[in-house]
Structures are given as C-alpha cells and as structure tokens.
Design a protein around this ligand. Structure first.
Ligand code: ATP
Ligand code: MG
Length: 367
C-alpha cells in the first residue's frame, strides 16, 4: 500500500496543500502547532473515515470555511485508487472511491493504516477500552463484516442499557429485554469469535516482535480476557450465542439494578504478560512501552498477513518518546518495506543514512 499524493483544501490549518510522497519514509519536521499531525490525521481519515483525535467532523474544517476536502491517491495490489472525502459542517460527509459515492463502513479497509502515537504507549498500562479499540481497529481493517457487526453490537448495547434503566424505574416491562438479548448474544458470539482468532495470530506475532526488540529471554504472551468468566468456569471457547443468551438471562436482575450490560465484548480485555507475569501490574515503564511497541509491530504484520500488503504506518511524535535502542529497532523494521509518515519536532532522531524524504512544516505550509 502506497500513497502517492495527498490534496487538502480547507482542512484544519491548511488552506490548500498538495504533497507527493516518497515510497518509503516521509518525515515531517516542525515546531509545535504547525500542522504536522494534521497531515497524519488526513491520512487516517482516509483509512478509517474519521479522525483519530475527534469524533466531531466540523473541527476538521478550517475555521470560517464552508467545507473541507481531502483527496488521497494510492496504489493497492498494483492498482491505483482515489479517495475524496468532503466534510461539510452539520452534514454527513461525502466519500467518493474512484468517483463512486460510498458509506463510511464501506470505506474502512480500502486504505489500510496503522497509527502509533504517544497515547499508544499507554496500550499496556492504560484502560481496557484502549486495548479493545486497538483490537477492533485492527480486525475492522481486514474484515468488513466485523466492522459492521461491531457498530450494530454497540448500538444494541446502548439500547439495551437504556431499556434496563427504564425497567429499573418501572417505566418499561422486563420481558421487552428478551428481544435485545437475542441480538446481543448473536453479536457477542460473532465478535468474540473473531477476536479469539485475531488474538491467536497476534500473540504469535507480538511474541516474535518482542523478542527482536529486546534480544533477551523475555517472553511476551497475549491472551483474550473476559472479566465476567470465573477462572473455574468451563466455558466453551469461543463462546456460543447460546452461552451468552443464558448468561444474559442469569444476570438480568443485576443488569437491571446497575442499568448496564455487564457481560459481552464491550467488557473484554487483552492480557499481556512477560514470562508469565502480568505486564500491566508488574512491568516496568520500559517493559510496558516495549510491549506496546511489539503489539503495534504485530498489528502491521497481522494486516499484512490478512491482506497481502503492509498498511501505511503513521508515527505521530513517538520518536521522542522512545529511547535510542527502541527507535533504531523501529526504523530498522520499517526500512524499505512500509510506507511510513513520521512527525517530529527535530531531525536529530533520525540517523544520517536513513533514506527518507524530509518536509518542513510551518504555519500550515509544507516545504
Ligand atoms: P505538535 O508538535 O504540538 O504536535 P503539530 O504540528 O502536530 O504540533 P497540529 O496538531 O498538526 O500541530 O496542528 C495544530 C494547528 O492547527 C494549531 O495551530 C491549531 O490552532 C490549528 N488548527 C486546528 N484545527 C483547526 C481548524 N479547524 N482550522 C484552522 N486551524 C486549525
Ligand atoms: Mg502533533
């Protein structure tokens, strides 16, 4: 996957910008608040149909302007593609793929990209929601069915939760919950099945990447965690929709009392351990960061193995967050193979012999 050209009109602090990219490494250097991340954000928008920093599309439109346009030309499996995304405040965005209008859910998976930002360094240590987003983002890029099911599932959870609250306040009858349980159970079983499959592959890849980065005897392991399962439970794996339906029924009183759905993929987590010890609890800061980096590199390999091509890699500000050794591992890994877009405030993080294209970013202009 290679992006050849990016065109921005009234996107964030860019009035107009056209960039042609190098095949391998593209490095954006500039002081704070100049527009470096905005470029990565535009590429991310092309991959996921939304920004990685905001759910509000209006924020992407240059202040005082009527609409923003992002155009991305890229090649995938040797075929040229063109995406055009028009953002108009208070309207749905328009997405054109090779001139044909498509929906956001059809866009995901068209242009694949993996973003790595300082926030991702919290992947190991941070809240479970971060790890779920990581898993969901990764699987959605290789499976449209998953992405669709995920959106649907989240909707069902929300509606079930609001019904649970109504039942609690005696504004609705409890048997109305049955219909939601049916849908929830089917969705949960499908999503968790896909996640199990992905985690099995990811665990192998992350272990491999981790060994390369650390060159030590540390052994990284990864497993899917369902906090509502009792350790002694003889639960089938992956869990069937029948199993979820029974559990939902068994927990209904508790769910009503709490006004929320207490089991399902929206509660699950990913457990990381080094030599059998929970990395979140026992890992040093350095070990946790290395774990996060290994996960991200594994994600690149995962997408490659599922789609046949590496995704774009967007590295926002992570160079300054990694030490010399991890930095050189990272650069060694991407070298020549993965089209990468890196932002940094200083060129000092990059070795002289790195064959990349440098761009100076200042005040919404790029040289
Ligand atoms: P840092 O090194 O601090 O991360 P950066 O170069 O990555 O900086 P960006 O986040 O890309 O900075 O750009 C931030 C700039 O864009 C800020 O000056 C901000 O005011 C401006 N900006 C953000 N949204 C808009 C908008 N909708 N219209 C115009 N300018 C905007
Ligand atoms: Mg930035």
């Amino acid at each position: 996957m290679r992006v050849t050209r990016l065109v921005l009109r009234n996107f964030r602090n860019y009035a107009g910008l056209t960039l042609e990219f190098a095949r391998n490494i593209n490095i954006f250097i500039g002081r704070n608040a100049q527009g470096k991340t905005n470029i990565l954000e535009a590429l991310y928008l092309g991959a996921m149909g939304r920004s990685h920093r905001t759910a509000v599309d209006n924020e992407l439109v240059r202040w005082g302007q009527g609409a923003a346009l992002v155009e991305i030309a890229f090649t995938k499996q040797e075929v040229e593609h063109k995406l055009a995304i028009r953002l108009i405040p208070s309207q749905n965005k328009e997405i054109l793929h090779n001139g044909h209008p498509i929906k956001q859910r059809e866009l995901v998976g068209t242009l694949n990209a993996v973003l790595f930002s300082p926030e991702d360094l919290q992947l190991v240590k941070g809240a479970p929601a971060l790890r779920r987003r990581f898993l969901d983002g990764e699987i959605s890029q290789v499976s449209r069915a998953y992405y669709r099911a995920l959106i649907q599932y989240n909707r069902v959870v929300q509606q079930r939760n609001s019904l649970l609250k109504k039942v609690r306040e005696r504004e609705a009858k409890a048997d109305l919950i049955d219909a939601w349980d049916e849908q929830l159970a089917a969705g949960a079983a499908f999503l968790v099945g896909k996640r199990f499959e992905a985690v099995r592959k990811l665990a192998m890849l992350a272990n491999l990447m981790h060994r390369r980065i650390t060159a030590s005897k540390e052994n990284l392991s990864l497993s899917y965690y369902q906090p509502y399962l009792h350790p002694d439970d003889e639960a089938p794996k992956p869990l069937s929709s029948e199993w979820y339906r029974r559990q939902l029924t068994a927990r209904r009183a508790e769910d009503i009392a709490r006004g929320t759905t207490t089991i399902g993929p929206h509660r699950d987590d990913l457990l990381l351990a080094v030599n059998g010890h929970d990395l979140r609890v026992f890992g040093s800061q350095g070990q946790q960061r290395t774990g996060a980096l290994a996960l991200k590199l594994a994600e690149l390999e995962f997408i490659k193995s599922e789609t046949g091509e590496y995704p774009l890699l967007l590295l926002d500000d992570v160079m300054s967050e990694l030490d010399e050794e991890r930095r050189s591992h990272l650069l060694y890994f991407i070298r020549e193979r993965i089209q990468t877009f890196i932002t940094a405030t200083d060129a000092k993080y990059f070795p002289d012999d790195l064959s990349g294209q440098y761009y100076q970013v200042a005040g919404g202009a790029v040289r």
